[in-house]
Ligand binder design. Structure first.
Ligand SMILES: C[S@@+](CC[C@H](N)C(=O)[O-])C[C@H]1O[C@@H](n2cnc3c(N)ncnc32)[C@H](O)[C@@H]1O
Length: 261
């Protein structure tokens, strides 16, 4: 007989198995990886996810911008992006930020992680005050931004299932699962195809990973993929652009011209 309580039956939200290193650095016990660079997660966000997607410069030229992210985690990428977008986008702009997350962190955990960046405290305080204490299910939050509008959409569950059912096309993607070796589902061929299927032509992606099989999955999905210099301590990262409509039947061996960088 199994004496373990059923969390659903008891209406208890399961805790995400986390541990904390050096006080404020979250580490996933489930995936055996840190949520962001131990050196400086915010600098990594700027280098990998923003700069390699041509941001914040691209914000200036587009009134309605859509960003999508695999792995919301602590919300650090979201908060930093919000700050950069607010400073760069013209009055009247709108940003839609879609993020996919299997294990939603609780409010206290997000607060603890983001406290490492005190100059972002206004925005992280806004996020955590609106974030459910023990979140469950999809979340949508509208934020006040003077002369602009920002909507955060959290798609809660397995990224592949949720993205396949989602209805948007992103201008830029942040591919931020845990390391491909430890979290292969977040980099699978099917998921990279779903990413391409939810990207506008000319849309871009960026990721800290330079794993060969991840790059091939992205190429097969229709992205032109480049290696770029990585953030501190990492030689390479990857970024790319969708140059034509996503090809659901693309085959690496069959279309080498479109895949050559
Ligand atoms: C590297 S962390 C993301 C860090 C985050 N972008 C931040 O700013 O803190 C990777 C995230 O992917 C989530 N994840 C892992 N596998 C997933 C899956 N199959 N579907 C959706 N989310 C997943 C993890 O729970 C974790 O929060």
């Amino acid at each position: 007989m199994n004496d373990t309580p059923d969390p659903e039956e008891d209406n208890v939200v399961q805790q995400v198995p986390l541990s904390w290193h050096s006080g404020d650095m979250p580490y996933s016990e489930e995936f055996g990886d840190f949520y962001y660079s131990k050196a400086d997660g915010r600098a990594e966000c700027r280098h990998v996810f923003l700069a390699a997607n041509g941001l914040p410069e691209r914000f200036a030229g587009k009134q309605h911008f859509v960003i999508a992210e695999l792995g919301f985690g602590t919300g650090l990428n979201f908060i930093e992006t919000w700050a950069q977008w607010e400073a760069a986008a013209p009055a009247g702009s709108r940003l839609e930020f879609h993020s996919f997350e299997l294990r939603l962190l609780g409010r206290d955990e997000i607060q603890r992680a983001l406290a490492a960046w005190p100059d972002l405290s206004e925005k992280s305080g806004e996020l955590t005050s609106r974030w459910p204490k023990q979140p469950a299910g999809d979340i949508q939050i509208d934020f006040e931004c003077q002369d602009k509008s920002l909507r955060l959409h959290i798609h809660s569950g397995l990224a592949l299932e949720k993205l396949t059912a989602a209805n948007f096309a992103a201008d830029a993607w942040f591919l931020d699962g845990f390391s491909p070796a430890r979290n292969p589902d977040m980099w699978s061929r099917d998921l990279m195809q779903a990413v391409a299927d939810h990207t506008v032509v000319g849309g871009t992606f960026a990721t800290y990973s330079a794993a060969g099989w991840v790059r091939r999955n992205l190429q097969t999905a229709g992205f032109k993929v480049e290696k770029r210099p990585g953030h501190t301590g990492k030689r390479d990262m990857s970024a790319g652009i969708l140059t034509g409509p996503a090809s659901k039947t693309a085959d690496i061996a069959g279309s080498p011209q479109t895949l050559t960088v």
